[in-house]
Design a protein around this ligand. Structure first.
Ligand SMILES: [Zn+2]
Length: 148
């Protein structure tokens, strides 16, 4: 039996359990049917973020950004590129700190963009400032335990 990994649906925030060997098979949310790990960057709200960071076994990298922040906008394509490169073994999502100002305070973020990597209910890595796609990918590969 393959290990079941918890993954919060970034669309409806239901917690799904996906067998590790099915991660690459395009798993969908049992509640709303959204694809769980299609390599696309999704925008989160604070409630979904709170649930995902608490539950998810699959590495979750969050980009804390805002529309007024030039370096944030510059990094956005690199972040999407890294999400594609990492494939189904990790998920990348973003949260708009202008729409949700409380999250910056909650996570003690002083400057954006800021990247925080979560896995298994804890923060495993934090990166301040914009970095290119290969560096984003390496951050996840080096700091998280990627599923098999
Ligand atoms: Zn869902």
């Amino acid at each position: 039996m393959a290990r079941a990994l918890k993954m919060t649906c970034l669309q409806c925030s239901a917690v799904n359990r996906v067998p590790e060997d099915k991660l690459g098979a395009g798993p969908k949310c049992g509640t709303c049917g959204a694809k769980l790990n299609d390599g696309k960057v999704r925008a989160l709200d604070p409630a979904t973020l709170a649930k995902a960071m608490k539950n998810d076994d699959v590495p979750l990298l969050i980009d804390f950004w805002a529309p007024w922040c030039g370096p944030c906008r510059m990094m956005a394509p690199a972040f999407e590129q890294a999400a594609k490169a990492l494939g189904p073994q990790a998920r990348l999502a973003k949260i708009n700190t202008e729409d949700h100002p409380n999250v910056s305070q909650k996570f003690g973020i002083r400057g954006i963009p800021a990247l925080i990597l979560f896995q298994g209910g804890r923060e495993v890595k934090r990166q301040a400032g914009a970095i290119p796609a290969p560096a984003i990918e390496q951050l996840v590969r080096k700091s998280a335990k990627l599923p098999a």
